[in-house]
Ligand binder design. Structure first.
Ligand code: ZN
Length: 285
């Protein structure tokens, strides 16, 4: 007898990555091989249309493959255990909505929803850079930057309402903002990294500040959790020098002065979030 959430079991998992500008859906087989991938623009500020766009991607994949899949979704927020409603989403039109229930109803099956950063951790721990029994990951975007200097205190305003959150400093946006604040010049984080690699003085100093802040944040995590590995996702994860230079900066901040925690790029890069959403239905058979 076959028991499955999605009728007869097909081994197909569908992951949806709900972002502020695009929604991506991906289908993988039992071995994690990609079957199909579609991407559409996010209907910003329109909750009903967002739910429908997510459901439509699933229907399209199932029509194309002729299979029924399990469905998981990564969202830029989380479902409150207290209210069952979305909270903390920077795509603010999702907040206060029962997204898991509405998507489950639209697709006529249980849909699992998790925070997008946690999806990245699930992906990398399942078959990515942190694969293994102790694979772990996390999100520390909204804890404050540790050991701030005078210039860094109280720090930039975050969408969460507080100031000086890690993600206002160590994201691509944070790098560009810091660079502009210091140099007066407007450059994207990608351009700053290119300048850095070409030996530009302003870019070298900006990347130096970025790495120092990352090292402070990671050292606090080591002091509390002592993880086996750090897996870096997002746009900045493509800056290759981080994996050479950053580990050398940890000992000066970690209690006791010793740290050799590996720092690795997300194996699946930009796809890790959507793969992790698919893996929210783990291998059970
Ligand atoms: Zn914040």
């Amino acid at each position: 007898m076959v028991e499955s959430n999605a009728g007869s079991y097909t081994g197909m998992r569908i992951g949806i990555d709900l972002g502020g500008t695009k929604i991506e859906a991906l289908a993988i087989d039992n071995d994690g091989n990609e079957l199909l991938r579609y991407r559409v623009d996010t209907p910003r500020d329109d909750y009903a249309a967002t739910v429908e766009a997510m459901a439509a991607l699933v229907r399209r994949i199932e029509k194309e493959t002729g299979k029924t899949g399990t469905v998981g979704a990564g969202i830029p927020g989380s479902i409150s255990a207290k209210t069952g409603l979305v909270k903390n989403a920077n795509s603010t039109w999702l907040n206060g909505q029962p997204l898991d229930k509405d998507l489950s109803a639209a697709l006529n099956r249980e849909v699992r929803i998790a925070n997008d950063a946690n999806c990245l951790a699930v992906s990398e721990a399942t078959d990515g850079a942190a694969a293994g029994p102790n694979g772990t990951g996390g999100e520390w975007g909204h804890i404050p930057l540790p050991w701030p200097n005078e210039e860094e205190n109280p720090g930039p305003l975050c969408y969460c309402g507080k100031r000086g959150c890690m993600e206002t400093w160590v994201s691509g946006t944070g790098l560009a903002r810091d660079y502009k604040h210091v140099t007066g010049k407007q450059r994207t984080s990608r351009e700053i990294i290119v300048d850095f690699e070409a030996g530009d003085k302003d870019a070298i100093e900006a990347v130096d500040r970025l790495e120092d802040r990352l090292a402070r944040g990671m050292s606090s995590i080591i002091d509390i959790l002592d993880p086996d590995v750090f897996v870096v996702g997002g746009g900045l994860s493509q800056a290759k020098h981080l994996y050479e230079r950053l580990p050398k900066r940890l000992p000066q901040y970690v209690f006791g002065g010793e740290a050799d925690t590996p720092i690795l790029p997300a194996k699946f890069g930009d796809s890790s979030g959507v793969r992790g959403a698919a893996w929210l239905w783990p291998l059970t058979r």
